[in-house]
Design a protein around this ligand. Structure first.
Ligand SMILES: [Ca+2]
Ligand SMILES: [Ca+2]
Ligand SMILES: [Ca+2]
Ligand SMILES: [Ca+2]
Length: 492
């Protein structure tokens, strides 16, 4: 133990020994392959601290090391702090870089590793090459803080931006947080906050991973916006005041944490110009949820017109004014496999619209609110073991409407002899079935086909399948029961 401590002490002493004279960056106009070392502890406030704007090929592969304690500060001149617009340059910052305009500007293949602090009056890290085009292949590894008044990291439509924001690290932007093009990859275990869009991808095949310690938050706009084929894996928190997540076709989203639109009714009341927003706004794709997907002012998941059938597998909580909603212009199918909880706070849990839609009720799944399956041949499925639980009134007695088209209810684990009772009232069907967990009652409208494990019945067949006289008796009891209930209400 003693020896260990001594070794450490010696190491610290030799490391901090001031054998390098304190100075500004030792080369303000480096050539290709040069390494520039910045050890200044005083404030350097001249024009661009490291300036390679007008260098040609000779300024590739430059390494700038800003050592711990060093400060590059161009806030007095209003210039960019470090500008390395040619290819494959690298900035290692363990000190402080305060950009009077932008903090770091670099071209294709720029790498910034930040273990210190980067601030900027304008943007923090900008990918822009010598032709003033958006830079490709920029990498930012952040263990420190990047705090900016405008965008924090911006490569415009540049491809392949990679941002790793580690646990405890901060990216905080007064405008948008991270902006990139095709193939943008963000691996976040720290905090990324922005006033406007937190991650704004102007491209496809974006990949965003947000770990359990990760926070991606926009205070006035969207948390994440991406185009087609985006992949988002969330174990932490993704929040937007607008949509928390907005993606195009072919999205793949896995959620184990919270994806939430944070607007409240009070926000809407306070600003009549404000539009209620969703938690996830998507064209098409796959959503797997074990966490929470929530909007209090609008839908939890909203499908814009999409080109392909979409799938939701829910083992967590999906809650909104409507849990799963579709635009009226959307002609695609949505297939929902629910072992978790779907909540619609304003009456409808599911509004599935056009296309062939399907809800598969898995054992343990709960629904608060009704469902409208819309046009086309839709299907309401109860898995083999669903009725092993005591269901009682399915979805709390909310109405499940098959809508136009030949729609099917499938009981994979029940026989037609498990039908206990059927009653019809103005087309509305009360269907009682008996599973291992007891009797369950479904309130249905506009379903044309009823599939049991032994046979499939149409509505007439269903009515005929009710065992007599028990059916007559129960039917009568139900009517008497309703009568009693309404009399009690009238008296109250
Ligand atoms: Ca649909
Ligand atoms: Ca439909
Ligand atoms: Ca239908
Ligand atoms: Ca129908």
């Amino acid at each position: 133990m003693k020896r260990l401590l001594m070794t450490t002490a010696i190491a610290v002493v030799s490391f901090s020994f001031p054998n390098l004279a304190l100075a500004d960056c030792d080369d303000l106009s480096p050539g290709g392959g040069d390494t520039v070392t910045c050890t200044a502890t005083d404030v350097f406030d001249g024009p661009d601290a490291v300036e390679t704007r007008f260098l040609d090929d000779g300024s590739k592969d430059v390494i700038v090391d800003v050592l711990s304690g060093a400060v590059i500060d161009t806030t007095a001149s209003g210039e960019d702090a470090i500008k390395l617009k040619d290819d494959n340059n690298r900035v290692n910052n363990a000190g402080t870089i305060n950009g009077g305009d932008e903090a770091i500007v670099g071209g294709d293949g720029l790498t910034v590793e930040n273990n210190g602090t980067i601030t900027a009056v304008d943007q923090g890290i900008v990918g822009e090459n010598e032709a003033d085009e958006d830079a490709d292949g920029v990498r930012v590894l952040n263990n420190g803080s990047i705090i900016t008044e405008d965008r924090a990291i911006n490569v415009g439509g540049g491809a392949g931006l990679f941002v790793e924001n580690n646990a405890g690290a901060l990216i905080q932007a007064g405008d948008e947080g991270i902006q990139g093009g095709d193939g943008l990859t963000v691996e976040n275990a720290g905090t990324i906050t922005a006033v406007k869009k937190t991650i704004d991808a102007n491209g496809e095949f974006v990949s965003i991973t947000n770990e359990a310690t990760g926070i991606i938050r926009s205070t006035t706009n969207e948390g994440i916006e991406a185009e087609d084929n985006a992949t988002i894996i969330n174990r932490g928190v993704i929040e937007g005041f607008d949509d928390a997540v907005q993606v195009g076709e072919g999205a793949y989203i896995e959620n184990y944490g919270t994806i939430e639109n944070t607007q409240t009714q009070a926000d809407l009341d306070a600003d009549p110009g404000l539009e209620a927003q969703d938690s996830i706004d998507i064209d098409s794709g796959t959503i797997y949820n074990e966490g929470t997907i929530r909007s209090t002012t609008n839908s939890a998941i909203d499908y814009d017109p999409g080109a392909a059938t979409s799938t939701i597998q829910n083992r967590g909580l999906i809650t909104g004014t409507i849990a799963v909603n579709t635009d009226d212009g959307d002609m695609a199918g949505q297939e929902i496999f629910n072992a978790g909880t779907l909540v619609g706070t304003e009456g409808l849990a599911l509004y599935l619209g056009q296309g062939t839609d399907k809800l598969v009720n898995l054992k343990g799944g709960e629904i608060v609110g009704g469902a409208d399956f819309g046009t086309a041949a839709d299907e309401l499925v109860f898995e083999v073991d669903y009725f092993d639980d005591n269901i009682g009134l399915f979805a709390g007695g909310a109405l499940f409407d098959g809508g136009d088209g030949l729609d099917t209810v499938s009981f994979l684990g029940l026989l037609s002899t498990d039908i206990v009772d059927v009653s019809l009232n103005n087309g509305e069907l009360l269907l009682s079935v008996l599973g291992n967990g007891g009797e369950a009652v479904l309130r249905l409208l506009s379903w044309e086909s009823f599939r049991f494990a032994d046979r499939t019945l149409d509505l007439d067949g269903l009515v005929a399948a009710v065992p007599l006289p028990a059916g007559m008796l129960l039917f009568g009891t139900a009517l008497v029961g309703l009568g009693v209930a309404s009399r009690q209400r009238n008296q109250a």
